[in-house]
Design a protein around this ligand. Sequence first.
Ligand SMILES: [Zn+2]
Length: 213
Amino acid sequence: MSQDNTGSTVTVYAQTNLPTLFGEFRVTVFHNAVDEKEHLAISAGDLSAMKEVPVRIHSECLTSEVLGSLKCDCREQLHAALEKIAREGGVLLYMRQEGRGIGLGNKIRAYALQEEGYDTVEANHILGFPDDLRRYDLAAAMLREMGITTIRLMTNNPKKIKGLEEMGISVVARIPLEITPNEVNREYLKTKARKSGHLLQLPDTLKKMTLVG
Ligand SMILES: [Zn+2]
């Protein structure tokens, strides 16, 4: 049991080895007293021997990861992170917070608004949500439960670094995770960079995913 700054608790509920398309992983499912969702950690390598553990905190995205939607870059980011972790060791926290925390139904409502010409951020505001409802207390508690307090974070989002540090995790470096846009998600990625402060270099070319760093 691990207690974080806000008093939330997480416990390891189940753990097993999992061979995947990307490599061999250890999967750990957590239960928590905050949102009743089963968040999980997918890890590889000897974490206790790593001083600065490479970590990706990834939010569930059913539309891209299951349905193959081209409207965002979540699936490519997930796969790139899993490939890197299988190769070099580290942890991916898979957080069951669809649509940056607004839920699947509201994400689809936001997509419908985007068909009317609004961008991601505007659509969320019209629905009464802030740009980003993701929270980092549970992620931090999960890392602590795994004995991890010093990390290198795979992200393009400076808010994630700040959110984790506020929860007592030391982020000593950022590992960029950049995906080359396709013709559908290019505007979405531009909005991420322009309005949400993501550190993205968007090349003019539209092609398959690449992993930088
Ligand atoms: Zn997505």
